[in-house]
Structures are given as structure tokens and as C-alpha cells.
Design a binder for this molecule. Structure first.
Ligand code: SAH
Ligand code: DHB
Ligand code: MG
Length: 221
């Protein structure tokens, strides 16, 4: 483990590959002022989401876990002009800061926010027969990841890409005796994807400014 080096390398890569982004800097500053947890994706990770969406060419995205809107802005930027992101958040005060940040970033017109427990919002979307999503980013409470996966499949079509964040958790994912419900949730998420006949997936371990964690990327067949 060498957190200092990982952070330094993240800084180098972000400086050269991403560059300055005052809008996203202000999203982070606003969430610090509001005393919110600093658990947004890193700029390099957000760029990966953007590249995946652009490579895939989807126009309807779903995000589970809005926080202050950092990843949501990056997802919205990746979508075409007529694209739409639906983002789900439990905490009303987080969602209202995110709304202000979406406006400041100029992506408000592409984003629908649903407030409340994400599983309830997803069941509402399913019961209203919402059009399926092309891209789904699962990044809320980790214990519920298996449920979000099951509901995501009901909001998917063949070709939908599903990305799950935080699937390595400093390596704890491979502890089969864990009593941490977050790690248990991540393990059930990975193992369900692995067994699922319609899903083809990989996971990428990451180190960087956010420590040691990882993404799982799956496609619905
Ligand atoms: N995607 C964001 C980070 C999300 S952090 C980014 O990278 O910018 C996780 C978020 O999930 C937090 O805002 C938290 O309030 C929210 N959350 C936790 N439990 C939830 C639930 N049951 N339903 C909806 N959102 C939830
Ligand atoms: C944490 C990190 C995340 O990226 C997230 O989505 C939720 C929690 C954390 O480090 O606690
Ligand atoms: Mg996360």
C-alpha cells in the first residue's frame, strides 16, 4: 500500500489527461461547505464512465446515488443533446445541492432527479413502464447492490451496460467470512453477475486518490 504515490500519480494523470475543470472543482467545494461525505468518483474514474458511454453510444442513463452531482455531470456530458440521465438520491438536501450544481454545469435540461430510497424509485420506474436504460451506474449503499442489480435488469434491454462502483473495498471483497454488510452486498453483486446467464462482466481493480477499490462493468445480453 502506498497511498501517497497513488495520489501523486493520480494528480499527474489527471493534470495531463483531464486538465482544469472549474465546474467540477466547484461541485466538490460546494459539497465540502455542506459537510457532505467526499466519496464522489475521482476525475479519472469519471472520465472512464464518460468514455464507456461514448463508446457505447447510449442516450438514456440511470444513476443510483447522486450525492452532489459530480458523476452525474460527467455522465450527462457524455450523452448526446437529446440524451437523458435519471439520477436517484435518498437525501433531499444532497439532491437539492446536486440540482444547483446541474444548473451551474449547464446540464440541468438533460437530468431528471428522483428523491427517496433508490429501490422505491426503481420500482416506480418499472411500474410506470419507463423506457429501458442504455447505461446504469450503481453507486449508492453497498449492502443493497444485489437488489439494485435485480431492479436494474428490469430496466435494461439487450446491450445495456451496467457499472458498479466500489467492488473491491481495499481487497475485502475476497473475504468470504466478512460480517460487513457492505462487503457482503458487493460479494453477492459480483457472484450474482457471474452466475447470470444474460450478463457478461469484468472488474477492474483501481488505486489512486480514492485508495484501493474497483469497478465492475457488465453488459446485458
Ligand atoms: N455517484 C456519486 C457518489 C455517490 S455516494 C458521485 O460519484 O459523485 C453514494 C450516495 O448514495 C450518497 O449520496 C447517499 O446519500 C446515496 N444513498 C445511500 N443510500 C441510498 C438509498 N437507499 N437510496 C438512494 N440513495 C442512497
Ligand atoms: C464510499 C466510497 C464510495 O465511492 C461510495 O460510493 C460509497 C462509500 C466510502 O469510501 O465509504
Ligand atoms: Mg462510489
Amino acid at each position: 500500500m502506498n497511498q501517497r504515490l497513488w495520489t501523486e500519480v493520480d494528480g499527474y494523470l489527471a493534470h495531463h489527461l483531464i486538465g482544469a475543470d472549474p465546474i467540477l472543482d466547484e461541485v466538490i467545494a460546494s459539497s465540502e461547505r455542506a459537510g457532505m461525505p467526499q466519496i464522489h468518483v475521482s476525475s479519472l474514474q469519471a472520465r472512464l464512465l464518460r468514455l464507456v458511454i461514448q463508446l457505447h453510444g447510449g442516450r438514456r442513463a440511470l444513476e443510483i446515488g447522486t450525492l452532489a452531482g459530480y458523476s452525474g455531470i460527467c455522465i450527462a456530458r457524455a450523452l448526446p443533446e437529446e440524451g437523458e440521465l435519471t439520477t436517484l438520491e435518498l437525501e433531499a438536501d444532497y439532491a437539492s445541492l446536486a440540482a444547483a450544481n446541474f444548473d451551474a454545469a449547464g446540464v440541468k435540461g438533460k437530468i431528471k432527479q428522483l428523491i427517496g430510497p433508490a429501490a422505491e424509485s426503481m420500482r416506480t420506474l418499472i411500474s410506470r413502464r419507463a423506457a429501458p436504460f442504455d447505461f446504469i451506474f450503481i453507486d449508492a449503499d453497498k449492502a443493497s447492490m444485489p437488489m439494485y442489480l435485480e431492479l436494474s435488469l428490469k430496466l435494461s434491454h439487450p446491450g445495456t451496460v451496467i457499472v458498479g462502483d466500489n467492488v473491491v473495498r481495499e481487497g475485502r471483497v475476497c473475504d468470504e467470512n466478512t460480517d460487513d454488510p457492505n462487503v457482503q452486498g458487493v460479494r453477492a453483486f459480483i457472484e450474482t453477475i457471474g452466475r447470470h446467464p444474460r450478463l457478461s462482466a469484468t472488474a477492474i481493480q483501481t488505486v489512486g486518490s480514492k485508495g484501493y477499490d474497483g469497478f465492475c462493468l457488465a453488459i446485458v445480453n
